[in-house]
Ligand binder design. Structure first.
Ligand code: AMP
Length: 187
């Protein structure tokens, strides 16, 4: 089963992805984690993207799409993918469609975790004290939210008419959101 967790930064995609990894024995595909890893390892990609990420801007589609390609075609991960933070642009959504088609896979469920701006800001400020991410400071949070509204929200229209699209109230308690998702998945 392949899933997409969609929503603004701070919606809880990563948290829910981790629950689903445990429950379904799937793999969390977090492009944010993959990109942070490139920076940590100081790779060529890492050097290119560090300023974009710290500034709350998106990394180029070309770079992200390439990182993703390896994973979609990984036989150990096929049909066990939980996308967390990808796709974030229409170009990425179309790329994912192509990769899935080529690898004979589909997306079984798309969950949109809907949370308003005020809750997001509060949540990310809390996360900042726990995870110490450099892109979680107040100015960057606002930039990331604006980028989401401008570039990522249109991707919703791309998916929202699909039968497998579910909107979930992401402002609820973590365990209630997890329960709602599990109800839909019947797991
Ligand atoms: P996240 O951990 O998902 O909140 O992502 C953190 C940052 O990584 C984002 O603000 C972007 O700079 C970058 N990033 C993560 N995923 C993507 C993506 N799919 N496309 C472009 N940039 C991304």
């Amino acid at each position: 089963m392949n899933l997409i967790l969609f929503g603004p930064p701070g919606a809880g995609k990563g948290t829910q992805a981790k629950f689903l990894v445990d429950k379904l024995n799937n793999f969390q595909i977090s492009t944010g984690d993959m990109l942070r890893d490139e920076i940590k390892k100081d790779t060529e990609i890492g050097k290119k993207i560090i300023n974009y990420m710290n500034d709350g801007k998106f990394v180029d589609d070309e770079i992200v799409n390439k990182l993703l390609e390896k994973i979609v075609f990984d036989p150990n991960k096929m049909n066990k993918l939980i996308f967390d933070g990808y796709p974030r642009t229409i170009n990425q959504a179309k790329n994912l469609d192509i990769l899935l088609k080529k690898s004979n896979q589909i997306i079984d469920y798309i969950f949109f975790l809907n949370v308003n701006k005020d809750s997001i800001i509060k949540r990310i400020e809390k996360r900042k004290t726990l995870e110490k991410r450099s892109d979680d400071d107040s100015d960057t949070i606002l930039k990331r939210y604006d980028t989401y509204m401008e570039i990522t929200k249109p991707v919703l229209d791309y998916y929202s008419k699909n039968q497998n699209f579910y909107e979930i109230d992401g402002s609820k308690e973590i365990k209630d959101i997890a329960q709602k998702i599990e109800e839909i998945l019947k797991v």
